[in-house]
Design a protein around this ligand. Structure first.
Ligand SMILES: [Ca+2]
Ligand SMILES: [Ca+2]
Length: 137
């Protein structure tokens, strides 16, 4: 983990970089697709959903939630990814939803840079690394 400074533009420019974004999504997707059948089941997606940390984003304070509530929220997010409601998430669905989530996050951040603790290989870390590389040329 590392502490990085980012703003909405950091995320936006990454999402809008079609090549870098597609590459990141494909890599992420393949990592999650444990049985390599080209689609993500709910149990494969669960790892990603847990990584989104929907429950501990309240200013770093751990929010205690009961397991039923947690699984209810996870399945509602899964349904959001599964756009054609066939019970699995394919690469295109994964990419579309990730894109929308990142755009929403970028809009939320706006143009005021903030400091965040980022995990290696997380989406935001990639976005920051990409920006640093871009500006150092
Ligand atoms: Ca799979
Ligand atoms: Ca689907």
């Amino acid at each position: 983990m590392s502490v990085e400074v980012l703003d909405g533009a950091t995320i936006l420019s990454f999402v809008e970089d079609e090549e870098a974004f597609s590459e990141f999504i494909a890599e992420r997707f393949n990592n999650l697709d444990k049985d390599h059948d080209g689609i993500l089941s709910y149990s494969e997606m669960l790892k990603e959903l847990q990584g989104l940390r929907v429950f501990d984003t309240h200013f770093g304070i751990d929010v205690k939630t009961d397991p039923n509530e947690v699984s209810r929220v996870y399945s509602s997010i899964f349904v959001q990814f599964d756009r054609d409601s066939n019970g699995t998430v394919d690469l295109e669905e994964f990419k579309q939803e990730m894109k929308e989530m990142m755009m929403a996050m970028a809009n939320g951040l706006g143009f005021l840079p903030i400091q965040m603790v980022l995990e290696e290989n997380s989406f935001l870390k990639k976005a920051v690394d990409r920006e640093l590389k871009y500006y150092s040329i």
